[in-house]
Write a protein of this length. Structure first.
Length: 224
């Protein structure tokens, strides 16, 4: 099977948010949010079963989806995409609002916002597909939405292991043209795969991965 065929599928990048019965705010990055009917307006989203956000969605029966803008910082995506709501307050530095029923709505870097009520779920193995009736929708910004292709090709972002589209690829390095006798040095994050070029003598002690936030001790030296 040629897994590169999956790369031709079009996706966006979104943040699903919800609050559990204890009021704890949860949120995670997804790329599988889509409209499924227009009348009534219904949507679906696939969420990994290990995500705390899914538990909050199922407990409360409601969730919100924020469509991210193209210029969303990688640090923001790293916070919501590569950390767990169980032990991280992802909303600590984010712009959000809490509805009267406790539902949390993420506003920062949003193009549009959808507020939904769960109407059905389908177990698909590692993920749960959640179908929601759209109770409300609003435009937050005229900015261009962030596509999954742009995230990978321009922002050079990586896919979290819990994502629906995550596919383990061969670790073999692609051949590099011999343009110089001295190889270029880079550092690969062993958590999310982000590559930082330069720093031949080692990353600074205060360096943090712009995607997942880990320190230099989680990076491995590579030749580019």
């Amino acid at each position: 099977m040629d897994i590169k065929a999956f790369h031709s599928l079009s996706y966006g990048l979104y943040v699903v948010t919800a609050a559990g019965e204890d009021g704890k705010k949860c949120g995670c990055v997804v790329n599988t949010f889509q409209q499924v009917t227009s009348e009534p307006p219904q949507v679906s989203v696939a969420i990994n079963k290990e995500n705390a956000t899914l538990a909050a969605v199922l407990e409360s029966g409601r969730f919100c989806v924020t469509v991210l803008e193209q210029d969303t910082p990688m640090e923001f995506i790293g916070t919501f995409g590569f950390h767990s709501s169980t032990d991280t307050d992802k909303f600590a530095a984010a712009d959000y609002r809490v509805c009267g029923d406790g539902l949390v709505q993420l506003l920062e870097h949003g193009v549009a916002l959808f507020t939904c009520t769960v109407v059905n779920t389908v177990d698909v193995g590692t993920h749960m597909v959640v179908y929601g009736l759209v109770d409300d929708a609003e435009v937050l910004s005229p900015a261009d939405p962030l596509t999954y292709a742009y995230y990978h090709t321009v922002k050079r972002g990586k896919t979290p292991p819990k994502a629906s589209s995550y596919i383990v690829e061969s670790a073999a390095a692609e051949p590099v043209a011999e343009t110089s006798s001295a190889p270029r040095v880079g550092w690969r994050c062993t958590v999310c795969g982000y590559i930082q070029e330069g720093y031949p003598d080692g990353l600074p002690a205060d360096f943090r991965c712009p995607v997942c936030g880990v320190g230099p001790e989680m990076f491995e030296r590579i030749e580019l």
